[in-house]
Design a protein around this ligand. Structure first.
Ligand code: IMP
Length: 192
């Protein structure tokens, strides 16, 4: 089976990608590679940051690297937190800190919004392809559910009455921004 390295230390992302690729790829991430450098996310787009991570790691790895850069856009906040999703409440913020700041900014008013994901595939310092996925929904003004990660307890995908943190992971993995980007990446890898 083909190996793929996910350029992340976020084990939640790896878990979702591994579930979605189950049986097709052997999925690894950077968690067992402590000595590898942290890639700075200095771009101002998801695709730009995904490219930085994919290219930066691909020069260290003999094989295909997949980077995921993703986040939540809240319409009433002009698209915040966007590319700052992981660092919304500060450089070392936890998911709970970021949600607390978002709830404060929402000030009790739900808003339309979406999760976005850009994925970049790279090998030996060469970018192979970029794919984008998004899922539209409502960002609610209280936390619901204990599953998932990040902003999942605050996000109701369109057509559902449960948040991503309340829905089974199989359901999230069928309709998420990450699933939509990954579907295209898998199709591309199948053609290589
Ligand atoms: P990245 O590692 O810079 O791509 O940061 C992604 C951040 O966006 C995460 O730390 C989460 O806060 C948020 N995020 C991305 N995808 C999801 C998701 O599927 N559910 C909840 N939050 C997410």
């Amino acid at each position: 089976m083909q190996h793929i390295l996910i350029a992340t230390r976020n084990s939640h992302k790896t878990k979702e990608i591994r579930q979605m690729l189950d049986g097709h790829f052997i999925v690894e991430d950077l968690n067992a590679r402590d000595h590898w450098p942290e890639i700075e996310e200095t771009a101002d787009t998801f695709a730009g940051n995904a490219a930085l991570k994919a290219l930066g790691i691909s020069v260290l790895y003999d094989g295909i690297v997949l980077a995921d850069d993703s986040g939540l856009e809240v319409d009433s906040l002009g698209g915040e937190p966007g590319v700052w999703s992981a660092r919304y409440a500060g450089e070392n913020a936890t998911d709970a800190d970021n949600r607390a700041l978002l709830l404060k900014r929402l000030d009790g008013k739900p808003s339309s919004g979406r999760f976005r994901c850009s994925m970049v595939l790279a090998q030996a310092g060469v970018e192979l392809a970029t794919f984008d996925g998004a899922v539209e929904g409502t960002v609610i003004n209280d936390e619901r559910g204990a599953g998932g990660f990040g902003y999942d307890p605050l996000f109701l995908p369109d057509g559902f009455f449960n948040t991503f943190a309340e829905l089974p992971s199989e359901t999230k993995n069928q309709l998420s921004h990450r699933a939509r980007a990954l579907e295209q990446a898998v199709r591309f890898l199948g053609q290589l």
